[in-house]
Design a protein around this ligand. Sequence first.
Ligand code: BG6
Length: 512
Amino acid sequence: MEPATFVLFGATGDLARRKIYPALYNLFVDGKLPQPFSAFGLGRREWTDESFQANVEQSIRQFSRRAANDEASLKSFLRAFRYHVLDIGRKEDYASLLERVQVREDELHMAPNRMFYLSVGPEYFEPIAANIQESGLGSSNGWKRLVIEKPFGHDLQSARELNRKLSQSFDEDEVFRIDHYLGKAMVQKLESLQQSNPVFQALWTNRYIANVQISAIETVGVEERAGYYDHVGAIKDMFQNHMLQMLMMAAIHLPHDSSSDKVRFKKKKVIEALSPLQKHEIGTNVIRGQYKEGNLKGKPVAGYLSEPGIPSTSMNDTFIAARLHIENNYWRGVPFYIRTGKRTNEKSTRIVIEFKDPLKPSSQADDEQIAPNLLVIDIGPRESITLRINEKDPVSGKFKAVSIPLYESQGDVPEAYENLIFDALHGDATFFAHWDEVELSWQWVQPVLDAFADNQVPLHRYAAGSYGPSASDALLAQDGYHWWFDEKIEQAETSGNPSESKGEQYAYNANH
Ligand code: BG6
């Protein structure tokens, strides 16, 4: 890997402490950092190199997935770090930073390759990018890269505006837009699962698949993020980025040679093919919810409107469920259901591929139903792939569903930020969001935002500790489906019939 200088804006912030330093440290331990490697942390606080290094050390001790037991190795890692006081708007600070970066590059005899990581609020992206360019920090004989976090804009127009401004200082292939879901090992596996296994490739179409369910639900509420969250809601916080990225990753059909450009091109094809919702269709295809007080794992929890910093009149969404259709030959007629919400009963990110109903064996009694096959991809916190099939009990002669584990993570895998920082240092943009994907995502979401703003979509209150509003269940029930979650899968395995097992009113439609 080419030598590189890592320049971190927002070095004293929470993301840096929790994710970025531990990620760099683990890359270092694995021998995956460039050699030589130099790092500059930037912030307004008057820290010295020493106090900065002490902070980095503390963050590693607190948050690294691997304990830093080897003192000598930790010290050698920390020696790469320098601190520079920088006010984002002060041009002199960029000039003095450039001098120090160059001195360090000379000391280490390294090429001036520089990666600028913006771990700061989105309002600072544009001025920082412009100042990097103007100061000369970005115009060296090496490469330059800009790594930015979400949110990329707050609607279609602001995203376009931001992109226009950034592109004055950085070319598209120099911009690495982080969506940390793309850094998750299991999301990355979606690419290889299908590409390297013809058996899955063959099944990846509307001929065999009945529906696809993508959910990312969490037990946490708004926490201390009221100021941010109450303006964005689940639709901008999770849906426009993480959920649509997972949809693209789940629905791509990859060629054998999947270079970064090809993967991103194929993802773009998926999102381009998403059917836009017309105004009158939004209310029937998008469900929005907000949690009220409830019980979570036996403990009473407050409703969203009673959370600190949330106005008691807030109409913000903490839950979104939606039905989407991809208009191409692979997926025509297959609903993709997306669901994301806070303060639900469990923390689970998973993709469930529900296959079309099996033919009924002639030996089977008329009242006996065979449950659909499922491919369950658990993205987190559990990381596994399971295939649910039906088998006949030799004694009773009855069919029952059994889950066969296909893959189970062995634990201690690199965290999303490790994967992403490593890729960015390498210049591999496969798992970063291209501008086209971001723009097309906003394009799909914008009419929904407009409908929310016009109050055309009812806000359903759901009890904290539930799986969201019942309207989200009804969305699938209209099509004869239901959300698959653990309890349901297990019960289906015992009884062979998911609808009867829970005693719920899901119309389990054997002809679907
Ligand atoms: C972040 C959102 O991007 O993703 C948070 O801003 C959310 O609201 C988080 O909690 C979920 O990420 P993960 O990796 O815990 O599923």
